[in-house]
Unconditional design. Structure first.
Length: 408
């Protein structure tokens, strides 16, 4: 749901009734990840997608039904061996979809509205909803946000102010009515959702109805919405200009840093979110990074590279890559060893940067770098899918246990 928060937030502001279908879990080659959503308002307007087209029509009708009866429902759509053209995923996948009505006056609308507003404004927030369990709990929502981002207890049935995004810790915070079940369930889910938010992750968790690991099981979907991850490009060269464009396409917040003011200009990098004129290692010392940050070192100049990489390889970031020929790479590694960089730290360095695409132009090179970043993030091999026996999607969340309706 939070992936279409901006438009849904407008719908809330306009007082519209709507229903949201959200991907809870996938198996096989399902095209969309957990958290992907399709919404339908009372006039029949639809936004978003849950399957790339395979089951949109059936899900649309489920949304219309939820608007009429006010009931949340969980449905499973999968491939039909008997009839590949039946309602299902002809790509061979399985997808579980939670359909939730969000109507004016519904008990969970204030909670969902608060989550949509936070996500639409670029804030960090996690929305937890019960997917399987007692009928009176399915669809109930709980909101988790970092400290200082909202008023505790101000969202009607459930609100939490829990920890700080970006490596902070989370507690259960204070809350209102929560899920309307055992109070320990609210506290436990708030803590678990805080951990999901800290990692910027969307997925499901299994928990007992009273908030413990035993008792009647519940499945809870936790959707996290966090600010875009950072890409910091060091070296204001032509290749950097192309990489900035690709980084923005991949939804990174892109910073360009170079010590030379004649090159680090807005005119040369109009699409960058930030341009910094400073020695690279000094900027990296003072700026905020996290486990999603990617660092691309394109300077290939030892006086910049060595102090920068010495620091970068010791930071808890997602990716560190450095441009240069293989000869430059060997020379740079020797210099890094001389200043105390260990072999374990050197093993983190992607150099020469990028995948082997035969790239020559700045745009092709930027594509090569971006492909390596994506492969590194998703656990891909980087090999051609043609003739390979590797999964197409490497990070699909497993289908939750419990009784789920089946279509096709």
């Amino acid at each position: 749901m939070l992936d279409i928060a901006e438009e849904l937030n407008r719908w809330v502001g306009q007082g519209r009734d709507f229903a949201v279908a959200t991907v809870v879990a996938v198996g096989g080659s399902a095209p969309r990840r957990p958290g992907a959503a399709l919404a339908v308002d009372a006039d029949g307007t639809a936004i978003g997608s849950v399957s790339g087209g395979c089951v949109e029509g059936a899900v649309y009708e489920l949304c219309r039904q939820a608007l009429e009866d006010g009931e949340s429902v969980l449905e499973r759509f999968g491939y039909s061996d008997d009839d590949a053209f039946a309602v299902g995923l002809t790509c061979g996948g399985v997808v579980d979809i939670l359909v939730t009505p969000v109507r004016v006056g519904d008990r969970d609308r204030p909670v969902i509205a608060a989550g949509l507003e936070a996500a639409a404004s670029g804030g960090a927030t996690a929305l937890a909803r019960i997917v399987t369990g007692p009928a009176d709990l399915v669809g109930r929502a709980l909101l988790v946000r970092p400290h200082g981002s909202g008023d505790n207890g101000s969202y009607g049935s459930s609100s939490y102010d829990s920890g700080s995004y970006g490596g902070g810790s989370y507690d259960s915070g204070s809350y209102g009515g929560g899920f309307g079940a055992h109070p320990e369930l609210d506290r436990t889910v708030a803590a678990e959702a805080g951990a999901f938010l800290d990692a910027g992750r969307t997925g499901t968790l299994e928990i007992g109805e009273q908030g413990s690991r035993c008792g009647a099981p519940l499945t809870v979907l936790v959707e996290s919405s966090v600010p875009p991850p950072r890409m910091i490009v060091f070296g204001a060269i032509d290749f950097a200009s192309a990489l900035v464009r690709v980084g923005k396409f991949l939804n990174y917040r892109v910073t360009v840093c170079d010590a030379r003011p004649v090159f680090a200009t807005e005119a040369r990098f109009p699409e960058a979110d930030e341009i910094v004129v400073e020695w690279p290692h000094r900027y990296l010392e003072r700026t905020q990074v996290d486990v999603r940050t990617v660092l691309c070192v394109l300077t290939h100049d030892a006086k910049f590279d060595v102090p920068l990489l010495r620091l970068a390889l010791r930071l808890p970031v997602a990716y560190v890559g450095a441009m240069g020929s293989r000869r430059t790479h060997l020379d740079r590694n020797a210099r890094l060893r001389e200043v105390g960089v260990t072999e374990l730290e050197l093993a983190r360095l992607r150099s020469p940067i990028g995948l082997d695409l035969g790239a020559r132009t700045p745009e092709e090179t930027a594509l090569s770098i971006a492909a390596e970043i994506v492969a590194d993030r998703r656990g891909g091999s980087g090999v051609s899918l043609t003739g390979a026996h590797t999964p197409i999607h490497h990070d699909a969340t497993s289908v939750p246990t419990g009784r789920i309706g089946s279509v096709a």
